[in-house]
Write a protein that binds this ligand. Sequence first.
Ligand code: B12
Length: 354
Amino acid sequence: MREQVRDRLITGDEQQCRRIVFNLYLAGQSACEICDRVLTLAFHDIGNRWKCGELTIYRERRACVISLKLLHELRMAVRTPLPEAPVAIGGSLSCDPYRLPNSRIELVLRELGWQATSLGTSLPTATIGEAVRDSRLRLLWLSVSYIESVPTLLAEHAHLHRIATDTGAAVVVGGRALTAEIRQQMAYSAYARELLRLHQATYPRNWRWSQAAVDHAMLRGYLWTVFGWRVQVGAESNPRSLANFPMQANGAEMLRLACCLATERGISVCCPIHDALLIEADADEIETAAAATQAAMLEASRVVLNGFELRTDAKIVRYPDRYSDPRGERLWEIVMAIVAELGQAEAVEDRVTF
Ligand code: B12
């Protein structure tokens, strides 16, 4: 995928890039995985080609513009953070023009449920300080891709670190320009590579369990869900996907069982939506039907999770209103545009065949 996206970024084929990225997203890859495994790596290749003189500047710049659009569209597609979600802001300091890392961090944090906002690039320290004071901040990130003067960066960073920690916020730093030597002179709550280590130190039991699943998969060649749904381990298997399998696949079991229970109890289940159920009933019966569906979902979680109950919430929509989710509007438009384009392509093919 990385190569496909890279080649299309280089040729400026925005529509194909969008199609690949959203196909991955619709197939269940997280925005974070798409950024990590596809977009960032594609840009590393693009940078190397530019360095070797194999790529003209305009192609690199155009690739950046396309990627920023895609990151923005993915941002529209991931769930909207709740109003009470923790707030994160960040950006890059003066002379650092690199926008992609900041857009990417914003997207990934939003996907994780943060109210994250990138303030942009080449920011004067004073204005970041103002933003820190203006928001009930939990996290300030600083992305450092280019450093003009190390002493200036260190002074600016120390100033911001003081302001942020005074308000109780954590400071996270990262970026290609931060060498170990520079980092040693900086105060920060976490550095990009350390985040994972900190998570592992905070939740050791979860990580032991997750690693045990990967070890089992690698040794025995398969993993299974509570009802016996299997994944076979092949040469292409990725340890991170295997670690994710127990959560994702048992979540699917729960939803499957909830659909069965609800249907058998006479509820009209229209379709599952990711981790929710869309049902329909007459207006005067909808509350009862919603409560019965929630009971079915609770029961399904109890069966799959050995007695543990997962809570749910319900949203009821009555005529003349219709169900729509602002988080999905942009994605809906993108999918419909792709469908329309495919329809046209098929029509042309039909004419040619004819
Ligand atoms: C696009 C680009 C530019 C664009 C940026 C446009 C924009 N608006 O964003 C522009 C045109 C400005 C540019 C300019 C230059 N560039 Co340039 N550029 C790139 C390129 C191709 C992609 C950068 C990018 O966005 N990558 C995608 C991001 C998402 O990946 P990333 O930077 O690796 O970031 C990851 C991590 O560092 C981490 N991260 C980053 N920040 C943070 C923060 C936190 C808190 C956390 C947790 C994580 C984190 O997360 C990211 C995802 O994994 C890179 C090649 C490359 N290897 O990336 C060259 C590259 C960085 N550029 C390079 C160079 C040389 C330059 C110029 C000096 C060229 C020149 N002669 O003018 C100028 C410098 C201008 C300046 N003032 O900085 C070199 C740097 C070499 C070096 N050793 O430092 C590179 C590596 C190309 C190369 N292979 O030679 N560039």
